[in-house]
Write a protein that binds this ligand. Structure first.
Ligand code: GLY
Length: 439
């Protein structure tokens, strides 16, 4: 089977790594790809906004299946265009990708079908948004409605900051994505990520993860696209996973089918686990980044048949096996990220760092130039490791990080700290037992 993978980040490198191990695979192409993906796939430059060009490539390369990684092409309707051309693809249609493409859409769906989430208002002008804000007694979150590359969410500390966030959205800080603003009640609790495949009708739970969004140790400093992740998320106990499936994910899939816009692909639910149980923070209509890098380290089954089953409507016949081990991913970023950073520095020592068993280094922002790996992005490498517990996976990942020679990069040194503390307190209070994790 010839496969075209769309995307260029660490998530796509992890997908390419998993797909490359499938006995069903004949040839893997990736557009546009990156310096690490080039090890597994033929990387091709392609304008992803030009759907005709993608279709033409699929035809000329006899592509049997297209796996769409990032949200941009999904929300722009690349899947619809491929489907209309008779090509099979993994990912939701444009209508179904609204679960990520419009935060207001998802909140309205939750309200109509009863999925638990925070109270909210949707606004298309400053005055109405500010008037709603003035009525709120608790903390709020201000969000640009559309896709804003992870930057459109502000958690204000003060009323003035909330007003400034509203103004920034309507003044064009996020372009068209901020033409509508959603103001939500701040949800108390601990956030986790839950991933499930859907074929439009059936839902196959994948695994849980937690990421670290702040740039600095101790979860301090500005928000980023994610500085590290681990899977499973200890807070997602079997009971909490069951509730998330029953109260949030399954009703969402049923609601989308009922509306005539079935969701096929991977649904990534950001959930807040608080005293009342799980509540939906937001959906993404694709695999998480860097969570996928950790997730796929733990997947023992062939990924490809599961993605095909999501496209074919046969997920009810699919089972996946997961490692009981913990996977942890440390993001290495260019100095200065998430602010201004320079590109083009050489990264050395990657082969030596990847030699350790149960370590994989996924590239997020690199290019291969004259045989050298060059940093080309803000988040550049995802150093991932498996271990018997979070502490062991963390130690293995940081040992690999320390073998990488890249003076122009940095990473957080405490990825997984919350889970490590939990492990320590479990060990203290109940010697010899571990908390029951579900994948
Ligand atoms: N890790 C956050 C995201 O993928 O959106």
């Amino acid at each position: 089977m010839n496969i075209l993978l769309i995307g260029s980040g660490g998530r796509e490198h992890a997908l390419a790594w998993a797909l490359s191990r499938s006995p069903l695979l004949t040839r893997l192409l990736c557009a546009p790809g990156n310096g690490g993906i080039a090890e597994f796939a033929t990387c091709l430059p392609l304008d992803l906004d030009d759907h005709s060009a993608v279709i033409e490539l699929c035809r000329s390369e006899a592509i049997d299946f297209v796996v769409i990684g990032p949200e941009g092409p999904l929300v722009a309707g690349l899947g619809d265009a491929l489907g209309a051309a008779g090509l099979k693809y993994f990912g939701p249609t444009k209508a179904a990708a609204q679960l990520e493409g419009s935060k207001g859409f998802t909140k309205d769906l939750c309200r109509e079908f009863g999925m638990p989430t925070g109270a909210y208002g949707r606004f298309t002008n400053k005055a109405a948004a500010r008037a709603y804000l003035a009525e709120q007694t608790g903390r709020v979150v201000v969000k640009a409605d559309g896709l804003a590359a992870g930057k459109g969410v502000v958690v204000p500390e003060t009323r003035a900051e909330a007003e400034a966030a509203i103004d920034a959205c309507f003044d064009g800080a996020f372009g068209a994505a901020g033409a509508e603003v959603v103001i939500e009640a701040f949800l108390e609790g601990e956030e986790a990520s839950f991933f499930a495949l859907s074929d439009g009708t059936h839902v196959l739970p994948l695994a849980t993860a937690q990421d670290h969004k702040r740039v600095g140790d101790g979860d301090t400093g500005p928000n980023t696209g994610g500085m590290g992740a681990y899977s499973p998320a200890p807070i997602m106990t079997p009971a909490m996973v069951e509730r998330t499936m029953a109260e949030i994910v399954k009703p969402t899939i049923a609601a989308m089918a009922k509306r005539g816009t079935p969701f096929k692909g991977v649904l990534y639910a950001g959930v807040m686990i608080g005293p009342q149980g799980p509540r939906l923070v937001e959906y993404n209509a694709r695999f998480g980044d860097p969570e996928t890098q950790a997730l796929l380290m733990r997947l023992k089954s062939d990924l490809l048949p599961a993605l095909l089953a999501a496209a074919d409507g046969t997920l009810d016949r699919m089972e996946l096996a997961w490692s009981d081990e913990v996977a942890l991913t440390v993001v290495m970023a260019a100095n200065g990220y998430p602010g201004a950073y320079s590109k083009g520095s050489e990264i050395r020592g990657l082969a030596a760092a990847a030699e350790a068993s149960d370590v994989q280094i996924f590239h997020a922002g690199t290019a291969l130039s004259d045989g050298k790996i060059i940093a080309t992005g803000g988040r550049v490498l995802n150093v991932s490791a498996l271990g018997a517990n979070v502490r062991a996976a963390q130690a293995r990942a940081y040992a690999a990080v320390d073998r990488i020679d890249w003076p122009d990069g940095f990473c957080r040194r405490d990825i997984g700290w919350r889970a490590v503390e939990r492990e320590q307190s479990n060990a203290t209070h109940v010697p010899g037992t571990a908390a029951p994790f579900l994948h």
